[in-house]
Design a protein. Structure first.
Length: 423
């Protein structure tokens, strides 16, 4: 019991753990090399499992659409009109680390020392200082050679267990709640197939954040750049004066990037970066894949201009070389849209205060589905889900913090049931 108007009920810890382990064992890695939607079969498989569970819980209008997205509605149990709240998590996992044959293992009452994985690998306190605050808690780890998939199956499990707790405890008052499980968030396509009129929500939350007690209110703004180098290939025996080596040109381009800054490994906080994450091709054609990230959207244009100028300089060094840049918009800073609905941030903070727990408003050096949903007109902050070391083979999640997330959401939906949205 929390107060006269809000309350929490106990979370079924064993059921939550069982859900989470079942979900992470399904390989749902997104595939950036295909135009299919969803990009991988595993996302459809996990979606079908969730649909079955939602139907068993008795949710209205639960279905999986042609794109693999899972939708469901939980009707209001309060009198009068209350704002419609959407809870969002994504089914896919990162393609940047192995995700087949995931074998999660559970560490009960973590001892606060270096974390050992099943394959003998170790995550030290120095490598992950957050471990210092997790002593005595239950951790769910990868095997040390694959992802765990907590990003974002922790969020998926949290939402599913929240729904179960609300249905089992009708004394927890809430307005209309929409559930949406998206696909291909990790490759920037998470909101491509979402119809906001169909969702018909006043506010949404992505349950896709790290740690506990965090309300993410800003994300990077993001663009992607592909730099194409078209050279000329010919047998090396007769190459003098004829060959234009696109690989050498690409290497020269990379050498022209900043060497002491403006990269993920050399920046922190609110500093943006230019991140080279892929190179491919041969003598005749080569390509470099680059991510541009900044909390200041205008800086993305500055980064793109810098790369364009660098391409001109490289072309001058390699007569006959063709260089072209393709810039693709990805998402924009979450902050830009949240100003339209202050309660979207105020109420999660209030929910932490009701629980008597510390919290912070934070920035994400990345993005979520919430970035794009907010830009489209649906204010969508991001909330904690107990994830750590995401996109790494030393990934783990904290079961206790997942439970705290569900308790926080129990309070949050009750607070929203007492709100009014002005037309």
């Amino acid at each position: 019991m929390i107060g006269a108007s809000t309350q929490v009920v106990p979370i079924n810890r064993d059921r939550l753990l069982e859900r989470f382990i079942k979900y992470v064992k399904i390989d749902t890695a997104a595939d950036p090399t295909t135009d299919r939607y969803p990009s991988s079969q595993g996302q459809l498989e996990l979606g079908k499992i969730l649909l079955e569970e939602l139907v068993e819980l008795g949710l209205d209008e639960a279905y999986q659409d042609d794109y693999g997205l899972v939708w469901a509605s939980l009707p209001s149990n309060v009198e009068g009109d209350a704002p419609t709240l959407a809870l969002v998590a994504h089914l896919d996992t990162s393609p940047e680390a192995p995700s087949n044959n995931i074998s999660p293992h559970v560490v009960e009452s973590y001892d606060g020392k270096d974390l050992c994985f099943a394959n003998g690998e170790t995550l030290t306190i120095e490598q992950c200082p957050e471990l210092q605050g997790l002593q005595g808690k239950t951790l769910v780890c990868s095997g040390g050679d694959t992802l765990l998939g907590g990003d974002d199956k922790a969020g998926v499990a949290i939402i599913m267990e929240l729904v179960a707790s609300l249905i089992e405890n009708p004394n927890l008052k809430h307005g209309p709640i929409k559930i949406l499980m998206t696909c291909d968030e990790e490759i920037g396509r998470g909101t491509d197939k979402i119809d906001l009129q169909q969702l018909n929500a006043d506010v949404a939350y992505t349950i896709d954040g790290g740690g506990a007690g965090v309300v993410d209110t800003e994300t990077f703004s993001a663009d992607a750049v592909t730099v194409h180098f078209k050279g000329r290939n010919i047998h090396p025996a007769i190459a003098k004066g004829r060959m234009i080596n696109a690989i050498r040109a690409a290497a020269d381009f990379l050498a022209g990037l900043p060497s002491n800054g403006c990269s993920p490994e050399s920046t922190e906080g609110r500093e943006g970066f230019i991140h080279v994450y892929g190179i491919s091709g041969g003598v005749g054609d080569a390509a470099i894949e680059i991510l541009l990230r900044s909390f200041d959207t205008n800086q993305l244009e500055e980064y793109a201009e810098y790369l364009t100028d660098l391409g001109v300089k490289v072309r001058e060094k390699f007569p006959g070389l063709e260089v072209s840049l393709e810039v693709t918009k990805q998402y924009r800073n979450l902050r830009d849209s949240l100003v339209n609905l202050p309660a979207a941030v105020d109420l999660p903070c209030q929910a932490f205060e009701v629980l008597g727990r510390p919290y912070e408003q934070a920035i994400i050096r990345g993005g979520t589905d919430g970035s794009q949903l907010s830009e489209k007109g649906l204010p969508t902050p991001n909330l904690s889900s107990g994830q750590y070391q995401i996109h790494s083979v030393k990934e783990f999640a904290c079961l206790d913090e997942m439970i705290e997330s569900i308790e926080h959401l129990q309070i949050l939906v009750q607070l929203w049931s007492m709100e009014k949205i002005e037309a």
